[in-house]
Design a protein around this ligand. Structure first.
Ligand code: CP
Length: 312
């Protein structure tokens, strides 16, 4: 690990809380760790991680658990409210206080309510990591997205990055955009009007303007496919639509397929936080542009690095 450690003992709630030097520090640690993960195994022997997932997850929950175990940590999990005293009416605060009392060293929380992770960080003294709070943020996904982009291109400055899909309800879009505001990049927000960033209620667009970000909003990806270095795609977050009719209006309104990619730069990287539904056709998986499986795999190394930095 590097000598000065800006993550030690910190909560990870929003990518807005981290500036460029801190992000670069984490990406460097992740790169070292990915090169030789066995060098770091057992470094957090005996430390306790509480993994509290009140929403479904495959990648985030699994990679935190595997990362913690490779570092020698003990992991306790909540994966379904029905299996806990929450089903008997216990509130979130009491659940968090119990885990604190059992001496956990770090809590990872995913919750359907925006602000739940920030709330948790006020309730307990140990560091809290936001693993996704409703449509609000998913900072560790953004960190691994940055790592994947840097790994692909050798750097982040100078790139043209398209974000396509459900920009309204996706928490990966906000976290990644905030993180990218530390770099000299061009953004293209590609979505039907109902799913554009100006439909968000969290002030994301205002924040990007205040940070002086250079961006453009459009619907037709074909207009910009040839200028993109990265195309970051998200699924429609059906579960967050207040009205099923509104969801049906935008269902199937965008897609990445082999024909679209014919107009792309050779080095275009297609990323997706996953899970995918139908917004990237399976024929794209075989193309050299498809980087989303590598991106998901990077989650393990990024989360090992993050735990080491916070607790090391
Ligand atoms: N990318 C992501 O957060 O995936 P999961 O919902 O499976 O954790």
């Amino acid at each position: 690990l590097q000598a000065s450690n800006p993550f030690k003992g910190r909560d990870v709630i929003s990518t807005k809380d981290f500036h460029r030097e801190e992000l670069d520090h984490l990406l460097q640690t992740t790169a070292r760790l990915k090169e030789n993960p066995s060098e770091f195994e057992g470094r957090l022997e005996g430390k306790l991680l509480a993994s509290l997932f009140f929403e479904p997850s495959t990648r985030t929950r699994t990679t935190f658990k595997l990362a913690a175990r490779r570092l020698g940590m003990i992991v306790d999990e909540i994966t379904a409210e029905e299996a806990t005293s929450i089903a008997k009416g216990e509130n979130l605060r009491d659940t968090l206080k119990m885990y604190e009392g059992y001496g956990v060293d770090v809590m990872v929380i995913r919750h359907p309510s925006a602000g739940a992770a920030r709330y948790a960080s006020k309730v307990v003294r140990c560091p809290v990591i936001n693993a996704g709070d409703g449509p609000h943020e998913h900072p560790t996904q953004a960190f691994l997205d940055l790592f994947t982009i840097k790994e692909e291109f050798g750097g982040i400055d100078g790139l043209c990055i398209g974000m396509m899909g459900d920009l309204r309800y996706s928490r990966t879009i906000s976290s990644l955009s905030y993180a990218l505001s530390n770099y000299d990049v061009e953004l293209r927000f590609i979505a039907p009007p109902l799913l554009q960033i100006d439909q968000r209620t969290d002030g994301m667009e205002l924040y990007l303007r205040m940070r002086g970000m250079s961006y453009e909003k459009l619907f037709d990806v074909k207009k910009v496919i040839g200028e993109l270095d990265v195309l970051y795609v998200t699924r429609i977050q059906r579960e967050r639509f207040p009205d099923e009719l509104e969801y049906k209006r935008v269902r199937g309104s965008y897609r990445v397929d082999a024909q679209l990619l014919e107009g792309a730069k050779e080095e275009l990287a297609v990323l997706h936080p996953l899970p995918r539904v139908d917004e990237i056709t399976h024929e794209v998986d075989a193309s050299a542009h498809a980087k989303y499986y590598e991106q998901a795999a990077n989650g393990l190394y990024l989360r090992m690095a993050l735990l080491l930095e916070i607790l090391g």
